[in-house]
Write a protein that binds this ligand. Structure first.
Ligand code: PLP
Length: 362
């Protein structure tokens, strides 16, 4: 699905120098690379603050804690996402409230959010799934009307734009994952929270480092969730290329669209006024499981299902008592989506081969 080696080969020398430089400096935690990366990512998003943490999951967890989310609260999110989105809500003691998705964008259906708001609702966590921004105008208007925090899950959307603004810079906080296969990925785990709010940034800074601003003085129970300097050094190198990487993903997606047009699969939509960064190239297919099996048997390409079970039907969330049929649009998406290999360095030939195999399987 993703060939990380081809990209590594293009930056190998720079990465080796940077990683060896960190070793030689013996400054491994909370050093100059982390700070420089935070400044660069904040400036890229046009916000004042960025705090690097140990993973995208931690970014969401610490952001929600900083937003004051606690036991007994409710947080509205999408059921059609990686489980980390909901886990982060659960870690705070709050309950995730799943709202069905839009069938075209696969993101939370903003028209269905208001009906899910109760006296306990404190926040909304939209996910910009596959790199396609959620409908943030409608969502922000609802949040304002009901006094709710908005924590954007941008794990799959680094560089994506909604009406000229970068995802992550629209809500109160934006949370990124630097998992290796992400649009901006490191060589291990990593994440970041960005925000325009100095108070929230200060709180995440403290939470990531044992609830402490001054060494050995602890204002609250915090966590060990710091991005190490080796990962930050790698990310600074890859960050210089992230726009070019995203351009290439877009070009690859358009090539797939051309090859697959008229084939019977529904290509991903790029909503007007948005920039989709194609973390995944995900099509909809009728009879998806049979098509995937034929594709697997042909052994020409890999393909993946992100995600086969929506979160409200996961065993981990059985206590919510939600049954099949309760969020039909997400459930249908889970039955129909199929993601094809996507990364910047895919060649035109590879795309033609994958598309040919898909058409044959259809
Ligand atoms: C939508 C979404 N949210 C959160 C995460 C969690 O990020 P991480 O794996 O860095 O903890 C991921 C990544 O896997 C993701 O895809």
């Amino acid at each position: 699905m993703v060939d990380l080696k081809v990209q590594y080969e293009t930056i190998q020398q720079e990465v080796s120098d940077a990683v060896l430089g960190v070793m030689a400096s013996a400054h491994f935690i909370l050093g100059p690379h982390g700070k420089a990366l935070e400044d660069a990512v904040a400036a890229y998003h046009g916000v004042k603050h960025a705090v690097a943490v140990a993973s995208g999951t931690d970014a969401l967890h610490l952001a929600l804690l900083a937003a004051g989310i606690k036991r007994g609260d409710e947080v509205i999110t999408t059921p059609f996402t990686f489980i980390a989105t909901a886990e982060a809500i659960s870690y705070t003691g709050a309950v995730p409230v799943f709202v069905d998705i839009d069938p075209v964008t696969f993101n939370i259906d903003v028209n269905k959010i208001e009906a899910a708001i109760t006296k306990k609702t404190r926040a909304i966590v939209p996910v910009h799934l596959y790199g396609q921004p959620a409908d943030m105008d409608g969502l922000m208007a609802l949040a304002k009307k009901h006094g709710l925090r908005v924590v954007e899950d941008c794990a799959q959307s680094f560089g994506a734009e909604y009406k000229g603004r970068k995802t992550g810079a629209i809500g109160d906080m934006g949370c990124f994952s630097f998992f290796p296969s992400k649009n901006l990925g490191c060589y291990g785990d990593g994440g970041m929270v960005i925000t325009g709010d100095a108070g929230l940034a200060e709180h995440v800074l403290s939470l990531r480092n044992h609830g402490s601003h001054v060494r050995y003085y602890h204002d609250e129970i915090g966590f060990n969730s710091r991005l190490d300097e080796i990962q930050a050094a790698v990310l600074r190198i890859k960050f210089k290329h992230v726009d070019e990487y995203n351009e290439k993903r877009g070009k690859n997606a358009r090539l797939y669209n051309d090859h697959l047009s008229g084939s019977g699969v529904r290509a991903p939509s790029e909503q007007r006024g948005t920039r989709h960064v194609f973390h995944q190239y995900t099509v909809r297919v009728n009879d998806r499981d049979a098509v995937k099996k034929r594709l697997d048997d042909a052994k020409v390409t890999s393909s993946m299902i992100y995600y086969p079970v929506p979160l409200h039907l996961q065993a981990a969330y059985k206590d919510l008592g939600m049954t099949a049929g309760s969020l039909p649009v997400a459930e249908r998406a889970a039955r129909e989506v199929l993601s094809l290999p996507m990364y910047p360095e895919l060649t035109e030939n590879q795309i033609a081969t994958v598309a040919g195999a898909v058409k044959k399987a259809l």
